[in-house]
Design a protein around this ligand. Structure first.
Ligand SMILES: [Zn+2]
Ligand SMILES: [Zn+2]
Length: 1008
């Protein structure tokens, strides 16, 4: 077999196919001069002043431009093979004590203490391009991969694509038809060659997109399900199952797609409700003398054309209406074939006339009936759903043309008893939407029960209550077990040319089958050379179901060649969507348990079930819907293209949006407004970095230097340090602990919100503002304090970058390199350590004290808004401090506030804090934890002008309110308007009402 590899060759083919990232990469010189440095421990960053080629110190472009930095780093990560996980050297792994009850099945190897964390990318179709569902799945997987990697695990995320039999063949067929030929005219070999060519040129779209989006996969291990080594596994699996008596060939009713001309699985049939008809047809009863008695038995059918293949009419044995027809014969109209009346309890007396025509070759229920009663099967259609020679006068007609003609002919002969409207579910091919035709054909099957038994045992708790595979969220475990409990034999043959051809040869002499690992030259039974290979290929899921074993080298697991398998199998986790739980997940479990079970453990002992499973955990992610919670679909036109959104807001912002909304079991209503918000979050961090770097450079001018050796670890702080330092360190430790815990539980949403709250709320909005007070570069006496403040600032910032890195890998990579002035201690922030917390470092007193300050500041800010103080005005405030309930503050709030006066003044924009026994009369006040607070603000106002302004405002608000109320009161509007419009309107109404009340109060308060 010829297997071309698609290689990704540098910049020219890099990135999205739909718009030109490549050009921009070429145009942009590397931002930073990266030095390759061996490890964190051995390198002391820019302490010595950096290399001679170091650019301007801490050079960060003025504006945050995600596309520019993202292109650059995406390309760098791939070029440097940063996430490659080579095959471990022999002896570096150990027999592991895996157990699904341990988080993510962590296990450590003896020599390097690294636990493997292995994920298999659900291989996208080679025909596919990235959609929002992929982006979501990849975001979750990538966060976990990056997090584990930073925790020191041996992380391997394996990428690849699926050859997608039906989809790819359809696409290329359409192409050759547009060129004036057909696959049949080309012949099998030439057509398959053509598909390979197509794949070489166009098959890399989705992986190219993943590269641009920075997925931290091992590109050196990229596979394609038709690769030679994976094809060997497919062949071995088929032959082995055949040897074990688990593969058979049989006539069976399959869902047949007349367009794709292949059998398709039940899962690939999509049912739609249609308004159709129920035709009632009279079948003449034949008397004992062989002549028509003049009586009719009326049957009802939704597919009259299938009557050409009828072999009986069935009635319920206890149906009193038809007792006299037991053992009679009927004359099948239009063909004049004589068919028996049969008795079967399966027939429902209430449906239609209670008499059912039996067409075993074209209906699954009839097929079962035919089997029970030993009836022949007459197939009346060919592969394209045209009537074949069995259909007599109707031969050659398309099924629906034949239907029309048959109905007309029946009517002409007076055999049509009636036509009734009837709503029915019609199955369509999920690929091409053609109506599926149940059809009898010869297919290959896997006798599935023995495999299913193992797959059930793998998910059920064992005697000790442990599960070899944990499915999360747990509700899917039940769904899986139910499906597995009712599983049918798996039809694995597909009448396609693109795929793994079934390795079976039939003999023209003895008519037996030869199934072999190597292509045979003669029949294994009689030695004849007149053998021909089966033309069918295997179901695509047969090969993708083998991936967990085949990507790690099965079936060639030899003593010298088993390091990959021993280290990486079972994989740790599968992140996937519910839609392929049965298609793919279930099949991987069945095939994985079956085949891996035969591979002995490294020490030669037999492999138990818990070590045979393909993965220890399955995480089923939610669906991404549009902002109105509608399913995205091309026909509705509500598809959000992730590539477009990424272009607008950057990958980091989109990733953060998806992560922040990923609460388990709840579908995501993707809202662009949130992405805008997280773009602003990224921007905030960028500006914080610029501010910090500016100060570092200023400090350097007066010889205040921060020792870079302090970076890379969690900051610690002494009890005598300023409050904000003790507080931010405590917050950081608490946040780190909770983020790690949340990621262990797959709570991406909680982790994202914790990081957002810390980085944006605590660090940027409070800490950074307070630190400005400490950075005094003019007073030599404060040099020590300034250095301490600056050091703490950079330390906390650097840890925050690492904390955020799995969520926003690009932004953090860019800034992190800049922190080290282009001389970083590792090739990437992704290769540094994820922050780990220490509970003893959480200073609860500092946390409590800061809450009091924050509360006073936010109440003051609210007051300023209430009374209309201009944004930049600095005005006095009054504080009537309380007794100091907070344990850490003790002796009253006043001394505490005096101690932190500078913080309050700066953040509350207070020119002065007046401590009073009572808030002055006439001042609007608010209650803060520390006591009542009031803002002193006497603006001189022109009373008549103010009255006019307020009156106008009131009229405007009243009008707006009336209009909103009218709309919200209209049921027609509520029924039709999209949810976000209604929500927006409600919000607007509430806001207007508030403004109106305020304006009325202000008007009433005006003097005179
Ligand atoms: Zn089809
Ligand atoms: Zn033979």
């Amino acid at each position: 077999m010829r297997v071309p590899r698609l290689s990704w060759c540098g910049i020219s083919s890099f990135g999205f196919r739909h718009f030109d990232f490549g050009a921009r990469i070429l145009a942009r010189a590397p931002l930073l001069k990266l030095k390759v440095v061996p490890s964190v421990e051995t390198v002391c960053p820019s302490a010595s002043g950096g290399s001679s080629t170091t650019p301007m110190p801490h050079d960060l472009p003025k504006a945050y431009d995600p596309t520019a930095i993202e292109d650059h780093w995406a390309e760098y990560w791939v070029r440097e093979n940063l996430f490659a996980q080579p095959t471990p050297k022999p002896g570096s792994t150990s027999t592991h004590e895996g157990s699904a009850s341990e988080a993510s099945g962590r296990r450590k190897s003896e020599s390097d203490g690294q636990s493997p964390f292995v994920i298999l990318l659900p291989p996208p179709n080679v025909t596919g391009s990235l959609h929002m569902g992929h982006m979501f799945e990849h975001t979750e997987s990538d966060i976990l991969a990056r997090w584990h990697r930073m925790r020191g695990d041996r992380v391997l995320w394996v990428p690849g694509t699926d050859h997608a039999g039906i989809a790819t063949q359809m696409l290329v067929e359409r192409q050759v038809v547009s060129e004036g030929t057909t696959r049949q005219k080309m012949g099998r070999e030439a057509f398959v060659e053509r598909v390979w060519k197509w794949r070489e040129h166009y098959g890399g779209t989705i992986l190219g997109q993943m590269k641009r989006l920075g997925a931290s996969v091992d590109w050196q291990r990229e596979y394609f399900t038709m690769d030679e080594r994976l094809s060997v596994a497919v062949r071995e699996a088929f032959v082995k199952l055949h040897e074990q008596g688990l593969i058979y060939r049989g006539a069976y009713i399959v869902n047949w797609c007349p367009r794709c001309q292949t059998a398709i699985s039940d899962l690939e049939v999509v049912y739609d409700e249609h308004k159709g008809h129920l035709w009632e047809i009279r079948y003449p009863v034949i008397g004992d003398d062989g002549k028509d008695t003049g009586e009719f038995l009326t049957v009802a059918t939704t597919r009259p054309e299938t009557m050409l293949g009828d072999v009986a009419v069935a009635i319920h044995p206890d149906d009193d209406r038809y007792t006299h027809l037991h053992a009679k014969m009927l004359r099948l109209p239009l063909t004049n074939r004589e068919i028996p009346v049969i008795l079967d309890e399966w027939v429902s007396r209430d449906f239609g006339t209670g008499a059912v025509k039996v067409t075993p070759a074209h209906d699954p229920n009839d097929f079962a009936l035919g089997q029970r009663h030993n009836l022949p099967s007459i197939n009346v259609m060919d592969e394209t759903a045209h009537i074949n020679a069995e259909g007599g006068a109707y031969a050659g007609l398309d099924r629906f043309v034949a239907r029309k003609k048959i109905v007309e002919d029946l009517e002409a002969q007076g055999l049509l008893a009636g036509i009734k409207d009837h709503t029915l579910n019609i199955g369509h091919c999920s690929r091409c939407k053609t109506i599926v035709e149940p059809r009898l054909s010869l297919q290959w099957f896997v006798k599935i029960q023995p495999l299913a038994d193992k797959a059930i045992a793998a998910v059920r708790p064992d005697a000790e209550g442990k599960k070899a595979i944990r499915i999360f969220p747990e509700q899917y475990e039940k769904v899986y077990l139910e499906w597995m409990g009712n599983i049918h034999d798996w039809c694995i043959s597909r009448q396609l040319w693109w795929g793994h051809r079934i390795p079976a040869w039939s003999c023209a002499v003895c008519h037996k089958m030869t199934v072999a690992r190597e292509d045979p030259s003669q029949c294994a039974h009689c030695g004849s050379e007149k053998i021909t290979q089966e033309t069918d290929v295997l179901d695509t899921w047969f090969s993708s179901g083998l991936l967990p074993v085949s990507v790690f080298g099965w079936p060639n697991i030899t003593a010298e060649n088993r390091a990959d398998f021993d280290t990486f199998y079972p994989t740790s986790l599968l992140v996937t969507g519910f839609d392929i739980l049965f298609f793919w997940v279930a099949r991987m479990i069945m095939l994985g348990c079956w085949f891996a079970g035969d591979v002995p453990m490294p020490d030669g002992t037999k492999r138990e079930l818990k070590e045979s499973v393909p993965f220890r955990e399955v995480y089923i992610h939610a669906l991404v819907r549009d902002a109105n919670r509608e399913k995205m679909s091309k026909t509705k036109g509500n598809v959000v293209d992730p590539i477009e959104i990424v272009k607008q807001y950057g990958t980091d912002a989109v990733r953060f949006t998806l992560a922040s909304m990923a609460s388990p079991g709840t579908d995501i209503a993707f809202n662009i407004a949130r992405t805008e918000g997280y773009r602003a979050f990224a921007n905030k961090i960028w500006n914080a970095a610029r501010f910090i770097f500016m100060n570092v450079d200023r400090a350097a001018e007066i010889d205040i230097k921060v020792d870079p050796a302090v970076l890379g670890a969690m900051p610690t702080v002494g009890a005598d340090a300023p409050l904000e330092a003790r507080w931010i360190v405590a917050e950081l430790h608490a946040t780190v602990a909770n983020v790690n815990k949340s990621l262990e539980d797959y709570r991406f949403d909680v982790a994202a919100h914790l990081i957002e709250k810390f980085f944006w709320g605590d660090f940027c909005s409070y800490y950074l503002e307070i630190v400005k007070l400490r950075l005094d570069f003019s007073d030599p006496a404060k040099k020590t304090a300034t250095r301490a403040a600056l050091t703490m600032l950079i330390q906390v910032f650097e840890v925050s970058l690492r904390l955020l890195s799995p969520f926003m890998p690009f932004l953090t990579e860019e800034i992190w390199h800049t922190v080290y002035d282009g001389n970083p201690p590792a090739k990437s922030i992704a290769l540094t350590q994820y922050p780990q917390s220490d509970n003893s470092k959480i200073d609860h007193g500092a946390l409590g004290a800061m809450i009091v300050l924050e509360n006073l500041i936010s109440e003051t800010r609210a007051l300023r808004k209430d009374i209309g103080v201009e944004e930049n005005a600095v005005v006095p405030i009054e504080v009537c401090a309380g007794p100091g309930l907070n344990a850490s503050i003790g002796g009253g709030y006043e001394p505490f506030l005096r101690e932190n006066l500078a913080i309050v003044e700066r953040l509350a924009r207070a020119s002065e804090v007046r401590f009073v026994q009572q808030i002055s009369a006439g001042l609007l006040r608010r209650h803060a934890y520390a006591g009542d607070v009031a803002v002193i603000y006497e603006a001189t106002i022109d009373v008549p002008a103010e009255r006019e302004r307020l009156t106008k405002d009131i009229a405007k608000y009243e009008k707006g309110l009336a209009s909103a109320e009218r709309q919200l009161g209209s049921e027609g509007f509520l029924a039709k308007a999209p949810l976000h419009i209604v929500d927006g309107l409600k919000k607007q109404e509430a806001e207007t009402r508030l403004l109106l009340e305020k304006a009325r109060a202000a008007l009433a308060a005006l003097p005179g």
